[in-house]
Design a protein around this ligand. Structure first.
Ligand code: ADP
Ligand code: MG
Length: 456
């Protein structure tokens, strides 16, 4: 392998684990200047980049190089003239491919203007497992009896577990079965924005009347309307009008209605008034089946042992599973061959036990605060309000579980509280988690957010 090829492979790996902006900032105009038996000299464009690579990325770069040339012990960085210009080379190819991939997976042309549905999502490509059986069956049931059996249908589950896929599949099937059916798919965030801007433009009545003419209204991630009073008021009136006419409403959320904070009671009881189905994490067989379907969709063949290695090791959610598959695909496109088990292990190694993926206390605080719809500063403040006290106790518990900070350190992080307060909180939440199903689910959801925030 030439130096150039080696560096291209390293860049390929870096590019996959960094945002595009970071990747370009730190790796543009870098190259391998020279290489001997155990050390490598990397050329960087300026002191700033040199310092960053040395201090922040050295470990990652070294790991990545050692996958390919295990003898290398050391990397040195110098400021110098780069030999190859990345922009015209591999990184451009990767960036372009990345771009193509994003646009071909979520392209505007796949999204229908009037229904807002993405054709990519269908029941045919949805794998049924024990984790989503009920939600799937209810969805199919609805397509056959719109507005008549379960109204609303409320589907909940953590991120990347297939809620949007299922919701969109229902919409697509309904439109395919009956062209005249008026269907709208809308994420709650967009709904909120549309409602607010039409209030400002005084066109809210027009917008409402468009919504109330629908036969099927699908609102995705409805937890986003929590705490937004005016939006909830309008959603409530749209809901009642549609429901009164037996028009179908489908909602999704990352948690059940009763666990959505700052949701008006009357809306909560409406949301609970039909059928509630959850989606959990897929088991091994389901993960394997999903990988098979996704690789067929991408017309990409991988051996069974490779697929089952991925399915065994990536368990968190389906989006992550797809991420791993994309990673393996990207590598095999660079090397122009399909990787075997050995290669896949090394491709995913950095991903599976990435030292950069340690949980930070900041991330715990931010995710706990986001989950309970308060600010991270509220957790630290002295306030004894009920809305803050419990989230604060949860934060203490999760800091203890996820970061291994000591009790006094946790007290410090949360505005200088005494360690006995922290111990009390941790014991209390631990007991609740053991005895209360809702609490257990809450913890799973928050942890999921914390783990997922590594990827951003
Ligand atoms: P959510 O809306 O719950 O966050 P998505 O519906 O966006 O999750 O799913 C994330 C990705 O995983 C999508 O690409 C989706 O196609 C895929 N996916 C999730 N569950 C399944 C499944 N059961 N079968 C096939 N693909 C799935
Ligand atoms: Mg979604």
């Amino acid at each position: 392998m030439t130096n150039e090829e080696l560096w291209k492979a390293v860049l390929g790996e870096m590019e996959l684990s960094l945002s595009k902006a970071h990747f370009t900032t730190w790796f543009k105009s870098t190259s391998i200047l020279s290489k001997d038996a155990n050390s490598i000299l990397i050329s960087t464009p300026n002191a700033f980049v040199k310092e960053w690579l040395e201090n922040k990325f050295n470990r990652k770069i070294l790991d990545s190089i050692r996958h390919l040339t295990p003898d290398v012990r050391e990397i040195k960085y110098v400021i110098g003239v780069p030999k190859i210009d990345l922009r015209q080379d591999i990184s451009k190819a990767i960036l372009e491919k990345d771009f193509e991939e994003k646009t071909s997976l979520e392209p505007d042309k796949d999204i229908d203007k009037s229904t807002n549905l993405n054709k990519r999502y269908s029941f045919e490509s949805y794998v049924i497992g024990s984790n989503n059986e009920l939600a799937h069956a209810a969805s199919i049931g609805i397509t056959k009896n719109l507005g008549k059996i379960y109204n609303p249908l409320f589907i909940y589950g953590g991120v990347g577990l297939g809620k949007t896929h299922l919701l969109q599949s229902i919409g697509n099937r309904v439109v395919a079965d009956n062209k005249d059916c008026k269907v709208l798919y809308i994420p709650a965030e967009k709904l909120t924005a549309d409602l607010i801007s039409s209030i400002q433009n005084r066109t809210i009545e027009d917008l409402k009347s468009q919504y109330t003419k629908l036969d099927l209204m699908i609102i995705d991630d409805v937890q986003f309307i929590a705490g937004k009073e005016r939006t909830q008021e309008i959603v409530f009136s749209i809901f009642n009008e549609l429901h009164g006419k037996n028009k179908q409403i489908i909602l999704s959320s990352d948690r059940p209605p009763k666990a959505i904070p700052a949701l008006e009671e009357r809306l909560r009881s409406r949301f609970e008034g039909g059928m509630i189905a959850d989606i959990g994490t897929p088991d091994f067989e389901t993960r394997l089946a999903i990988l098979k379907i996704k690789s067929i969709e991408r017309t990409y063949h991988l051996e069974d042992d490779v697929l089952s290695y991925i399915a065994t090791n990536i368990q968190k959610n389906v989006r992550e599973l797809e991420g791993a598959l994309n990673r393996v695909m990207a590598f095999s496109q660079i090397y122009n061959k399909s990787p075997g088990l050995k290669e896949v292990k090394s491709i995913l190694a950095t991903y599976l036990n990435n030292p950069y993926k340690k949980t930070s206390p900041q991330s715990v605080l931010k995710n706990v605060a986001d989950f309970y719809n308060i600010s991270a500063a509220d957790l630290i403040k002295r306030s004894r309000k009920k809305e803050v006290v419990r989230p604060r106790q949860v934060a203490m518990f999760l800091l203890r579980e996820e970061t291994k900070l000591s009790f006094p350190e946790i007290g410090q992080k949360l505005g200088g509280r005494d360690h006995s307060t922290v111990i009390h909180a941790c014991e209390k939440i631990k007991k609740e988690e053991a005895n209360d199903e809702i609490m257990r689910q809450e913890m799973v959801l928050i942890k999921e957010r914390i783990y997922n925030s590594f990827d951003k």
